[in-house]
Design a protein around this ligand. Structure first.
Ligand SMILES: Cc1ncc(COP(=O)(O)O)c(C=O)c1O
Length: 919
């Protein structure tokens, strides 16, 4: 019994199986050729080849290159014992795949069946063309001959000036088509013809961990139109970017009226393939367009005379310089040619875009599934402030995750919001927070309802995903909150999640997709019925007791709920963009009549009148890349992350000192009804199940490694070990963990380098341990013990001092951070307290109140905010920290706090509630 070197069950992604199987096949085929002369075990090698061909068979059906014709030919050569030619063909295919040379679109020269395979004329040896290559899925049950004819017909349509080159992959069934959409990331378009079956006739059981069956059971009983519609809808759900075409023999005019919203175009079969060919190219060209980048590039090549600011424009101040020539050498001239402040002459104004920038933003909206998208040139820090200012008036209540990024704390302060902090679940073992449970959000909303303040609640603001990769069930959070407050606005900070749009499993948990799903759902008659039944059971939601509403899954009233969703994304963090490139995506039913103007004002407030064009152009290109190869890149990103996890967990030395934290470590079981501890590891269907049902899931592309057993603190591990010695950059650590993020820029080599570094660190540690004196060893063991035992619990938000609340009874937790912040501008109202003194005062029952944000790094979120009272937990947590970096705290002076007098003044000068609000 021979073991096949590639066991699909041991892999996380199909792409990797494919690459490894081809490499193994090439190696084994080579040995087979030599077997006769070198007495290698022919039979055993033959069995290995058979095993590998069986692994590859179901995979290759889904890809246009090398195509089933070449694959079958390979099988025949092998079966006929023509090992030389078999090995040559395998080697050509593997090389073409490994070097991407197949992207030239040249067909493999397969030769006649019994002719020698003439490698000298193999067109794959020819130079690659630079035209981008993609694949097109044709869904129709065709005979082999018909399929070949279609291939040839479309190839004949190629012209030298086509902007792209493509190949087709023909599949006969609905199931095959969905599988290809999920697995073949080179697909850019799909042509649906009328004759296709529902179930696949192929055995794909070897791919079980990557596929899951879909589609309704009665597809074949439906009319061909309906079948085409169901297929189009299912494909769009998996890959919304695919251009879908319908080819039909019946009345196209009639179909166009009924089905055109599912398909980019509908053709009559008899029209032939030219229109189809041109449409396919045109569809991809539409996504390929990068209007602002193109405008900037053509502008940069025009001669100009600059008689205003920006001496760097066209490199003028550099080219003639004697002292900063190296600037030009380093950056190259093009970047300066593109430096301009022009807003006309083909360019556009970011503050009032009407030309290429507007178009670039519209393309981004289409790609990210928003109704409007705005580019931001100074990061999501600014994007967040824009959204908050656009929507929140002074006095509005905003519910926000306390561990959110500092930009929200500052943005809400500037906006004058009454801030209600939400508590995330703690992970004390790792000195981290998870995410905010839905029950916590509902609980806070219900408390505000009880106090009669629900009408003042404006927004819920959450970070998805969190820095550590915890992902919310975005749709469910919005549904249940809207059931309590139907016009609530949601701001999802997706600083770390822009890439999620491009993967079908991640996408439903993004704000824009969840918003679209929600609005569609609310309009369904079946939903109305469900809601009526729910309302009957629960009674009037405004009167139902809190306990019932907390436990029940709540449904929003479709007649009242408004879908008002915003997402901010640091494109530069997870996609291609120059630093600070960020986007705001809007899906707000009330945008045009309620927000557009204030949004514009907020945008003007925070946007430079000299925005950086390079950043804008890179956002345009980042969008193009996402639209055309986002899926491929994210698949590879996940694969790299899984490779890193496997390497750490399976390495005998590394696993002694380090451990990758899993879903089960970072998400308590109570938030995971599916009970799946390692969703992706146990197969894609399990990942899909967990991502569909669990309250929180873990983004597998973020790898948190527990390093407690090394006895080295997270921050020291980052600075002295990873960064200073080996140049490995990371930006998040906790007391005993380090976070490694993979992105679309992570390469296999960078993962390999990281492993090498980690192994070196572990080896050094082993060597040091071996040489330690008993006293040193004891100190090391104490450090390990300290890092592996749970630390002081992370402190909850203690509360605002009553002087900074609205003073209403019953009290609710929101506080006026802006007033608390600005009051401290009066020096005479403030004092400094050293920790001992603060502890003493708190112990005596005094209310000690912070004037400012106190933010230790790590964990990187404010432990105290302006107006917040100190608690014993906060003080003991602060004492337990040994980070040198604490913003808002001066080691020489201590905490800055309000004097008793200041608090008295604050309590008596509380502003009246905003007009139109309850008094
Ligand atoms: C959750 C979150 N939001 C917003 C930001 C700010 O993004 P940017 O760096 O693009 O300004 C960050 C930065 O780390 C972040 O972690």
């Amino acid at each position: 019994m021979v073991t096949v070197p590639v066991n699909p069950l041991a892999y996380n992604t199909l792409w990797q199986i494919r690459a490894d199987a081809w490499s193994s096949l090439e190696e084994t085929a080579g040995q087979l050729v030599l077997a006769g002369t070198q007495q290698l075990p022919v039979e055993q090698l033959g069995e290995t080849v058979t095993g590998l061909l069986d692994v590859l068979g179901p995979i290759e059906r889904l890809w246009a290159f090398p195509g089933m014709q070449a694959f079958q030919k390979m099988r025949r050569l092998f079966a006929a014992g023509k090992y030389d030619r078999f090995a040559a063909l395998v080697s050509d295919i593997n090389r073409a795949l490994a070097t991407d040379s197949f992207r030239s679109g040249q067909a493999l020269d397969l030769g006649a069946e019994d002719e020698p395979f003439d490698r000298a004329i193999n067109p794959l040896e020819q130079a690659r063309t630079e035209r981008p290559y993609f694949e097109v899925l044709v869904v129709e049950d065709l005979s082999e001959q018909q399929e070949r004819a279609l291939h040839e017909e479309l190839r004949r349509r190629r012209r030298p000036d086509d902007p792209f080159v493509y190949e087709i992959v023909v599949l006969p069934s609905f199931d095959d088509a969905l599988m290809a959409a999920r697995l073949n990331f080179r697909l850019q378009a799909c042509v649906v013809r009328r004759r296709f079956t529902h179930r696949s006739r192929y055995d794909s059981s070897s791919l079980a961990q990557f596929v899951y069956s879909g589609g309704s059971a009665d597809l074949m009983q439906r009319s061909p139109d309906e079948r085409a519609q169901v297929l189009a809808r299912s494909l769009a759900r998996i890959r919304p970017e695919l251009d879908l075409y319908l080819m039909t023999e019946i009345s196209v005019e009639d179909l166009a009226g009924r089905l055109s919203h599912h398909f980019r175009r509908i053709f009559h079969t008899r029209e032939g393939s030219l229109e189809l060919h041109l449409s396919i190219l045109d569809g991809v060209s539409a996504r390929y367009r990068a209007p602002f980048f193109s405008a900037l590039r053509s502008y940069s090549h025009r001669p100009t005379g600059v008689f205003h600011a920006l001496p760097i424009s066209h490199g003028n101040s550099i080219v003639e310089s004697h002292w900063i020539r190296d600037m030009l050498d380093f950056y190259g001239l093009d970047i300066f040619l593109a430096e301009t402040s022009a807003t006309c002459g083909g360019l556009d104004s970011l503050l009032e875009p009407t030309g290429p920038l507007r178009e670039a933003q519209q393309l981004a909206a289409a790609t990210f599934g928003s109704r409007q998208t705005y580019f931001v040139t100074n990061g999501t820090s600014t994007a967040n402030k824009i959204v908050v200012q656009a929507l929140v008036q002074p006095g509005d209540i905003v519910l926000v995750d306390r561990n959110c990024h500092q930009s929200h704390h500052y943005g809400l302060m500037l906006a004058g919001a009454m801030v209600t902090y939400l508590e995330a679940y703690p992970l004390n073992e790792y000195s981290m927070y998870g995410a905010v449970p839905l029950k916590e959000i509902k609980g806070k909303l219900l408390a505000l309802r009880r106090a009669g303040k629900l009408d003042r609640v404006k927004m819920v603001l959450l970070t998805n995903c969190t820095f550590d990769g915890i992902v919310y069930d975005v749709g469910r959070v919005m549904e249940e909150c809207l059931a309590i407050k139907p016009d609530l606005v949601f701001l999802w900070d997706e600083a770390w999640f822009a890439f999620a749009r491009f993967h079908p499993v991640y996408r439903p948990r993004t704000a824009m997709r969840a918003a679209r799903t929600l609005i569609e759902k609310l309009r369904l008659p079946e939903y109305r019925q469900r809601y009526d039944k729910f309302a009957e059971e629960v009674g009037a939601i405004d009167a139902a007791p809190d306990e019932v509403l907390l436990e029940q899954r709540l449904l929003p009233d479709p007649a009242r709920a408004r879908v008002r969703v915003y997402a901010t994304q640091s494109t530069h963090k997870t996609l291609t963009s120059l630093r600070q490139g960020s986007m705001i995506h809007v899906f707000d039913q009330d945008f045009s009549h309620k927000v557009e103007e204030t949004f514009h004002e907020a945008y003007m407030t925070h946007t430079s009148t000299s925005p950086n064009y390079q950043i804008l152009a890179s956002l345009d290109l980042g969008r193009r890349q996402g639209a055309l190869e986002g899926f491929e890149m994210v698949v590879k990103q996940i694969e790299n992350a899984m490779r890193l996890r496997d390497a750490v967990d399976h390495h005998p030395l590394l696993s002694k000192y380090m451990r990758c934290l899993t879903t089960a470590d970072l998400i308590p079981a109570g938030y995971r009804p599916t009970g799946i501890d390692q969703p992706l590891r146990s197969g894609l269907p399990n990942m899909i199940k967990a991502w569909e049902h669990d309250e929180f899931v873990l983004d597998p592309s973020r790898v948190t490694i527990f390093i407690g057993a090394t006895g080295i603190e997270g921050d020291a591990f980052k600075r002295s070990h990873l960064m200073d010695r080996y140049g490995v950059q990371i930006n998040k650590t906790s007391r005993n963990t380090v976070l490694f993020m993979t992105t679309i820029g992570t390469t296999r080599s960078s993962v390999a380098y990281l492993i090498e570094v980690l192994v070196t660190i572990a080896r050094d540690l082993e060597a040091r341990l071996a040489d330690m004196s008993p006293a040193e060893r004891a100190a090391h063991e104490r450090a390990v013990l300290r890092l592996t035992a749970p630390s002081a619990p992370l402190p909850d938000f203690s509360g605002f001092h009553p002087a900074f609340t609205d003073g209403h009874e019953p009290p609710t937790p929101e506080g006026d951070v802006r007033r608390a912040f600005y009051l401290a501008y009066h020096d005479s109202y403030c004092d400094y307290l050293m920790p001992d003194e603060a502890e003493q005062r708190v112990e005596n029952g005094d209310q000690v109140v912070s004037t400012t944000y106190v933010t230790p790094y790590p964990p990187g979120y404010p432990i105290l905010v302006p107006g917040q009272v100190f608690s014993p937990q906060i003080l003991s947590f602060m004492r337990s920290l040994d980070t040198p970096e604490i913003h808002g705290y001066r080691a020489d002076l201590g905490y800055r706090v309000y004097t008793g007098k200041a608090l008295e003044i604050a309590a008596t000068t509380r502003p009246a509630p905003p007009p139109g609000q309850p008094d």
